[in-house]
Design a protein. Structure first.
Length: 229
């Protein structure tokens, strides 16, 4: 597998997440979009690995043990996206929430350190996961019960820390955190996908295109506060 080192991501995120400037002036929208697209493609040298894990699991019908490094970053990414491709349940609203709770929150993903730019352990691992989910949603819009607004709301909830769901750096810290649960605050009616078609029993896994030409910039996220778009 060709997983990108998690710490290489921290230098790329501000390019797309903030408004691009040159000499104190905003650069053209075309240049800003091009630089942010570099961020999006930087996130996806591993998307073919997600697809690989899902294909092996589907074809061999095996229960796999997956462990990469410490087990709470890339392991969570690979396991979660593979399950998203394999199991239609995780493409429902309740199933996607269960997937995040299971493979990120309970696995001990360090949301606080990974989301703090001032931390030496900063790396947008969870944002990369959601970006990958958006890429698959874009290619298979009818396969998901939720829409892109649902993913954007999760990003906001995680980065703003207004929800206790993503606080702390381990499961015990999150259990002790005070505040509302993210899933109870989301306006589900605005996050439902009108084009959703439930998968038939025994449906094959999703097989997204993994070539770099198929990766698109999530402009609704990276240009959310930009006047250039």
């Amino acid at each position: 597998m060709n997983e990108t080192n998690i710490y290489r991501l921290c230098n790329a995120l501000p390019i797309g997440a903030t408004r691009c400037k040159r000499d104190g002036r905003c650069v053209g929208a075309k240049n800003a979009r091009a630089r942010a697209l570099q961020v999006s493609t930087c996130y996806h040298p591993c998307i073919d690995d997600f697809y690989l894990v899902s294909r092996v699991s589907h074809c061999r019908r095996l229960l796999h043990a997956l462990l990469i490094s410490d087990g709470w970053d890339r392991t969570s990414q690979l396991a979660a996206v593979a399950q998203l491709l394999l199991d239609p349940y995780y493409r429902t609203i309740s199933g996607f929430g269960a997937l995040i709770e299971k493979d990120f929150c309970s696995f001990g993903h360090m949301f606080a350190k990974r989301s703090d730019p001032s931390s030496s352990e900063y790396s947008p691992i969870f944002l990369q996961f959601l970006d990958c989910c958006w890429q698959v949603l874009r290619q298979f819009p009818g396969a998901f019960e939720f829409n892109a607004q649902f993913l954007l709301t999760i990003v906001e909830g995680q980065q703003s820390s207004w929800s206790a769901t993503f606080r702390g750096d381990c499961e015990s810290e999150r259990k002790d955190a005070t505040g509302p649960c993210l899933w109870q605050l989301i306006d589900l009616e605005n996050c439902r996908n009108a084009a959703y078609v439930p998968a038939a029993p025994g449906a094959p896994p999703l097989r997204p295109k993994v070539a770099m030409q198929a990766i698109h910039l999530w402009s609704d996220l990276y240009f959310l506060h930009s006047p250039l778009v």
